[in-house]
Write a protein that binds this ligand. Sequence first.
Ligand code: PMP
Length: 276
Amino acid sequence: MVYLNGNFIEKDQAYVSVMDRGFLFGDGIYEVFPAYNRKIIGLDSHLNRLQDGLDAISIKNPHSKDEWKNLINKIISFDSINENQAVYLQISRGSDKNRKHTYGELKPTVFIQSSVIKLREKSTLLNGLSAITREDIRWLKSDTKATSILANTLYAQEAKNNDAEETILYRDGIVTEASSSNVFMVKDKCLFTHPKGPNILPGVTRKKTIECAKASNLKVVESRFTKQQLMEADEVWVTSSTREILPITSIDGIEISNGCAGPIWSLVYDQYQLLK
Ligand code: PMP
């Protein structure tokens, strides 16, 4: 079952108009909520980011926080098995009579669905994962979780074509984030990640990872670092709601962390698991 504009219906019965600006222009905002045994981690943080995104592109939020919470909980409850789920929520500006770049007051289109997420065991993650790097050529509103993420999908496909977990992005030599995750590096027991701003999505997992690291008495610095520093890091991680904290042990075919997940990753990963 999915939710579309006020109704819970079967996915194959859910249709939107070809005049929907989400379809024509990618004119919308989305959010992904991770649910573990039907409990969402960071629900308010995700709803706050949703509000920020809607404000950034001037779409009036069609629901209150409590209404969103009810809809999301209902979608989660449809899954009969207690598996981990990713709830996808999208609000597009709505459909107009004709295709034109500008818009007036439209009724937003709201779509919510849930899918099962399969997380890898820690024993598997200890072997580490690989990444490739690419120049970040995205627009300078990457802090807005807009549905128009063609560049990100192309970067993700490039990673897949290279049997890699992620494409790590850099702009003017500075590591920003990855195609669908934030990037952390560890150097001399200190954790570094790009500061919040227009170049990165303010990941909820990024925020939780910082909190978990601080709870483990680690120093965290939100400052810019270069691709060169990344390659020379003791550990590299990527974080996202549906993949949690992943250790990267090979970048562009070059070994990081001696090819194994590092001890600091293990510490923070364990701390993160306590949130569930
Ligand atoms: N950056 C980008 C570009 C992303 O698409 C995502 C995943 N939505 C993230 C970072 C991580 O965000 P979160 O931890 O909130 O899932």
